[in-house]
Design a protein around this ligand. Sequence first.
Ligand code: SAM
Length: 242
Amino acid sequence: MTIPSKFHIKILTLFPEMFPGMLGMSLAGKALEKGLWSLETVQLRDYAEDNHKTVDDTPFGGGAGMVMKPDLLDKALRAHQPIGRFIYMTPRGKPLTQALVRELIQEPQLTILCGRYEGVDQRLLDAYQAEEICIGDYVLSGGEPAAMILLDACVRLLPDVLGNMETHNEESFENGLLEYPHYTRPALWTGPDGVERAVPEVLTSGHHGKVAAWRQAESEVVTKAKRPDLWEQYRAKTKKSK
Ligand code: SAM
């Protein structure tokens, strides 16, 4: 599938001023300036009907915290129709993986709902068939940083954002493995522990085949040691022995 040349994002949030935030800097920021992707924010509070601009209410069944109101969110969504996939950032979602990021950038547009408090009334999510995505097994105070992480991972893969597409192919998770270690000049370096460390000899050999084999082997070693879960999946896929 070809990746659309323009990626348009609509964010529904109680904190539009948080955007573009870090996405306005570095690679993503330059890409935003160049128009390779665009961002539109919707202030959910604008759709509150009372004088206090209430966006949440106490949970049915009792318990701590507040829940974002479905009627308010519906009003915002009717005024700003979701475009492309409609995503809700939540710890209860499917994990954000590199494979999912690759899938998301096939879409020209995404709408992302950022939760706050205890989250969003389930009926709204059901009615709009929200795709629930989690950025990791921990709880943030809001969906905005989660949306930024998702978008950062997407934007760097868009055509013309990062020059060398080969950079992506060898990166962690792309082929089911973590990446091999990197080294740069100086070839000999003494650390604060007084130990002089050299870069692995093969990397200065100029032998491309040997470098590639060493990198593949290192990727396998590091994945096996640090991410046995990924290693098992890789092994099953490639029929590698233990
Ligand atoms: N009560 C929720 C739970 O236990 O699953 C946590 C709510 S959290 C305090 C508020 C909002 O932050 C969520 O609605 C969601 O939008 C966002 N959020 C928190 N952790 C997240 C994560 N790991 N991935 C994606 N979004 C997250």
